[in-house]
Design a protein around this ligand. Structure first.
Ligand code: GAR
Length: 192
């Protein structure tokens, strides 16, 4: 059977993306990473992906355009690359309902909280400032709502008495980096 092809969508550092690529290279993820796409041409993650020998594409987000117009270049790249799974790894744009409906059950997202708690772009800070005892990481299938859809993996991360936002972020990212490649492998091999 030919390997399933993945597009990874990023906006920033791309540390989760890099862990997914590294897992694939060492045989821990049975898929082809077809392309890494960023809405931000300056995303450090694009350089990181190049350094890992991945094809990259910047589809710069233009504020004056509709969501659908901004997504058309992404859709084109997905279609041209024969992609069957879309993996969001710190992609910070809200996808249009049309985009989500085009790939039903085929878009996966990682979010740094125990959803439904603390959705949005600043989940780690929001949990920290709310004085929560526990936060964590959620991996889910994307539906038409923001940071929403069937959960496929979740792991708790306690917020410890001496934690700063930095120490908490470091522990959450460490969980993300372990959990995302492992969960994608289970999902693609139909273990979930
Ligand atoms: C990750 O913590 C991811 O969970 C989060 O952005 C970060 C990206 O880091 N995503 C969201 O907040 C989505 N709502 P990375 O670019 O280093 O992988």
């Amino acid at each position: 059977m030919t390997a399933q092809r993945i597009a990874i969508l990023i906006s920033g550092n791309g540390t989760n993306m890099a862990e997914i690529i590294k897992a694939q290279k060492r045989g821990g993820l049975d898929a082809d990473i077809a392309i890494v796409i960023s809405d931000n041409p300056d995303a450090p993650g694009l350089r990181r992906a190049s350094g890992l020998d991945c094809s990259i594409l910047a589809v710069p987000y233009a504020p004056g355009r509709t969501r659908e117009e901004n997504e058309s270049g992404i859709i084109q790249a997905i279609e041209q690359n024969g992609v069957s799974w879309i993996v969001l790894a710190g992609f910070m744009r809200i996808l249009s309902a049309d985009f989500v409906r085009r790939y039903p059950g085929r878009i996966v997202n990682i979010h740094p909280s125990l959803l439904p708690a603390f959705p949005g772009a600043h989940a780690i800070k929001d949990a920290f400032e709310a004085g929560a005892d526990i936060t964590g990481v959620t991996i889910h299938i994307v539906d038409e709502l923001v940071d929403h859809g069937p959960v496929i993996a979740q792991e708790e991360v306690p917020i410890l008495p001496g934690d700063t936002l930095d120490t908490l972020e470091t522990r959450i990212h460490a969980v993300e980096h372990r959990l995302y490649p492992k969960t994608l492998q289970a999902l693609l091999s139909e273990d979930i």
